[in-house]
Design a protein around this ligand. Structure first.
Ligand SMILES: NC(=O)c1ccc[n+]([C@@H]2O[C@H](COP(=O)([O-])OP(=O)(O)OC[C@H]3O[C@@H](n4cnc5c(N)ncnc54)[C@H](OP(=O)(O)O)[C@@H]3O)[C@@H](O)[C@H]2O)c1
Length: 246
């Protein structure tokens, strides 16, 4: 996809992967709207490029998502919807880790993209557009320390494949970005033995994949996870989950 002159919406664009993708798109000539819950973070992130603006939007709040959609449509519409917002909870299933947090994780990571697509797709079908769902290499092999998170990413992978099949032949293409471990606030507490890809490297791989029309972009170790879950599923599960509990 040629991104010059396109209008992009990046959920969770105030930090980490969303921010570097927003910056890479802005540098390639896109007009970018970043969203998230924390306004101060969004203001700071939007100030890094002239063509990035921001809107506070919690992907779990349908009324706010609809208001965002209406604002974006009034401004000319969305050509590129990047469903990136996410949280990850690592917890011991025998602990008293809150049920509310587990269910909220599903609402953000799984229902969030569904909610965004539900409300943005009708407008996007009127133009050449793309939906990008940011899942994870963990869509292929679950990480037992993050049980709900791993489930949401497998869900997002299956949802994205189904969306792509149904939208074949329309003006909307569907892309999945499956990052490996990337050095962002989300993984700050993760064991240092997990190697982390620099966020800028991930953004560069994403832009390259988008330009080439790659439908499943699997940078770094995500590509190995994809191969290994077919070649040796038990082995790769064991390797990833040597330490089953956080
Ligand atoms: N880092 C990794 O190793 C890695 C690997 C594979 C996949 N991913 C995926 O990449 C995406 C981005 O993660 P990241 O590593 O960049 O983490 P991050 O730096 O923690 O960024 C997540 C962003 O999502 C926003 N967010 C969280 N809940 C939200 C909600 N309800 N509504 C709107 N925005 C919300 C956060 O902002 P607020 O809290 O201010 O809302 C934050 O800006 C996630 O989907 C994650 O699962 C990350």
């Amino acid at each position: 996809m040629q991104v010059q002159g396109k209008r992009a919406v990046v959920t969770g664009g105030g930090s980490g992967i969303g921010l570097v993708i927003a910056q890479a798109l802005a540098d390639a000539g896109c007009t970018v709207l970043i969203t998230g819950r924390t306004e101060s973070r969004l203001v700071e992130a939007a100030a890094t490029r002239e063509n990035i603006s921001h809107a506070v939007c919690d992907v779990t709040d349908e009324a706010v998502v609809v208001a965002l959609r209406d604002r974006v449509e009034a401004d000319g519409g969305c050509d590129l919807l990047i469903n990136n917002a996410g949280v990850m909870h690592r917890y011991d299933v025998t602990s008293d880790f809150s049920l509310a947090k587990k269910l909220q994780e599903i609402d953000i990571d799984a229902s969030g993209p569904v909610r965004m697509v539900h409300h943005f797709l009708p407008g996007m079908l009127r133009r050449e557009a793309a939906i990008v769902n940011v899942s994870s290499g963990l869509a292929f092999v679950p990480f037992s320390q993050a049980p709900v998170y791993s489930g949401t990413k497998a869900f997002l992978h299956a949802y994205t494949q189904s969306l792509r099949a149904q939208l074949a032949g329309t003006s909307v293409s569907v892309v999945e970005l499956m990052p490996p471990v990337v050095d962002t606030p989300m993984v700050a507490e993760l064991d240092p033995s997990f190697s982390r890809m620099p966020p800028e490297e991930l953004a560069a791989a994403f832009m390259k994949g988008l330009a080439k029309g790659t439908l499943e972009i699997t940078p770094g170790q995500s590509s190995q996870l994809r191969f290994m879950r077919r070649a040796a599923p038990g082995f790769i599960f064991g390797q990833l989950n040597k330490q089953a509990r956080p």
